[in-house]
Design a protein around this ligand. Sequence first.
Ligand SMILES: Nc1ncnc2c1ncn2[C@@H]1O[C@H](COP(=O)(O)OP(=O)(O)O)[C@@H](O)[C@H]1O
Ligand SMILES: [Mg+2]
Length: 330
Amino acid sequence: MWRLVPPKLGRLSRSLKLAALGSLLVLMVLHSPSLLASWQRNELTDRRFLQLNKCPACFGTSWCRRFLNGQVVFEAWGRLRLLDFLNVKNVYFAQYGEPRESGRRRVVLKRLGSQRELAQLDQSICKRATGRPRCDLLQAMPRTEFARLNGDVRLLTPEAVEGWSDLVHCPSQRLLDRLVRRYAETKDSGSFLLRNLKDSERMQLLLTLAFNPEPLVLQIFPSDEGWPFAKYLGACGRMVAVNYVGEELWSYFNAPWEKRVDLAWQLMEIAEQLTNNDFEFALYLLDVSFDNFAVGPRDGKVIIVDAENVLVADKRLIRQSRVGRRQICH
Ligand SMILES: Nc1ncnc2c1ncn2[C@@H]1O[C@H](COP(=O)(O)OP(=O)(O)O)[C@@H](O)[C@H]1O
Ligand SMILES: [Mg+2]
């Protein structure tokens, strides 16, 4: 009897493998009716793929020209849209080329949330505006909390957005002025006055702040000024582009001891820089993990690539509030 079992098991595992392969094929076909087309066409020039039609319930438009002109292209595997169901994080790797330059640079494209989180966002906008889960976002947006600041409001104040996300867990006026002044998704950035933003830009700003403030963190604390974050490039619809940094910290797990000492030292320096800096903002990383840091291949520099969960405290405000007789608890 026992001799019969192995062949049977072998056949069973073979048919299981075949079944798995078959269902994967069916899934692929179901997921992509135009398999070849998605390989040949640049989906990143497609307004629907970028979800530009959802604006102002989107993250910006500063990079739309580059996307629609075909200057941003997926790297090999990213082109196969049928693999999207594996890409839970909605993060894509792509390349960007300047019009008159031959070289291309690697960029990372993010939708800032999973498919489910984005669908929930749409639903909550519609529920708020119409009481129903589906609606025309364009018409609904002006009836949500994202439109609460109209052109008459002078400043983005702490009361308006406190607690919306980690970035504004306990915001100061100084932080919010800096946020408006540095907001890159507007033609004339550089002013902390809200009236210098268009209605649609104000809505985009608030929606981004509530949904995932990562692009705003990168704009307020830019890498060009020495902050250890990935460089923000721009957005189009529900797609945000940032500079590609390098491999995750994970891939250095078994690196030589000297390399690991160097990386550990850099991590401590990052902690020091985020706590004590000339700007008197203390940044606290609330999602510290090996995959949220990456290492530059050339300079070996450690950079934070996931800035969704960064809490910012204004040390100047804390110091000032200590001067009075009443001690404020922080
Ligand atoms: N700028 C970047 N450079 C290199 N890799 C990145 C960059 N941004 C994200 N990644 C990679 O994509 C992964 C997921 O991105 P992340 O922003 O952390 O998504 P999530 O918020 O879902 O965790 C990261 O763990 C990292 O491996
Ligand atoms: Mg992450």
